[in-house]
Design a protein around this ligand. Structure first.
Ligand SMILES: [Zn+2]
Length: 239
């Protein structure tokens, strides 16, 4: 099991939160930024000491500082906040009692707003529930298309809050997707679903895997670039 300890480390003129992880699986000292909370994660193999991690950190201090500075601020699900839905920013708006307009449910999209009715104390949870349900609905439509096109069928599909992956395919043929994909543009959702469906045939990222992905979506190149550039921001929205 991995262990984590957290401390503030002076880095390139400011303080960075560094999370030390010791991992039996790690083969070398490594460094990454967790875009969700802006922590610098240093992973140490069992045989490496903290000085090795600190040396790597100091060698890359400028890179780390630049990456931290480039992280956009976190966005909470609060009245007035902007949240992207399928690539389009929507403002969260709490609707006072009596303005439901006959709609079902307690959250809906209208006129560029994500409108939420009911007790404001539950607004944050309602926005989260709404976006998860939307993710499930939109990804299911795409999945049905890819299943029909490929003849490849997953054993089950779940929508989760995965921090490090947009989608995954288990050897049991179960697919999982991050609910955060609902915030990404449609072409990105299309690509991620195609990618995971292609893993039902090829459990690797070899040339035959990518050839199959390309038969299922025309968006691979653009979507990979979008996820690299814009993906970290989506990790900082919501709970
Ligand atoms: Zn993959």
């Amino acid at each position: 099991m991995d262990q984590a300890i957290s401390e503030m480390v002076p880095l390139a003129g400011s303080l960075a939160r560094v999370e030390w992880r010791r991992s039996a699986r790690a083969r070398r000292v490594s460094l990454r930024i967790d875009p969700r909370d802006g922590a610098v994660v240093v992973t140490l193999p069992l045989r490496a000491g903290r000085p090795a991690g600190m040396a790597l950190l100091m060698d890359h201090a400028d890179w780390v500082a630049q990456r931290l500075a480039a992280l956009p601020g976190a966005v909470a699900f609060k009245d007035g906040a902007l949240v992207p839905v399928e690539g389009v920013e929507h403002r969260i708006r709490h609707m006072p009692p009596g303005t439901l307009g006959g709609r079902r449910g307690t959250a809906w999209l209208d006129e560029g707003e994500l409108r939420v009715a009911g007790d404001p104390a539950f607004l944050e949870r309602r926005v989260g529930d709404f976006l998860r349900a939307e993710a499930r609905r939109r990804l299911s439509v795409l999945l049905a298309q890819k299943v029909a096109a490929s003849g490849l069928r997953p054993s089950r599909v779940t929508v989760k809050d995965t921090r490090t992956r947009w989608g995954s395919c288990a050897s049991s043929r179960a697919l999982a997707f991050s609910w955060r994909l609902v915030m990404a543009p449609h072409f990105v959702q299309d690509y991620v679903v195609a990618h995971e469906v292609a893993h039902l045939q090829h459990m690797n990222h070899g040339p035959r895997f990518w050839a199959l992905v390309d038969t299922l979506t025309p968006h691979t190149r653009a979507a990979v670039a979008w996820l690299r550039d814009e993906g970290p921001r989506l990790m900082r929205v919501g709970p």
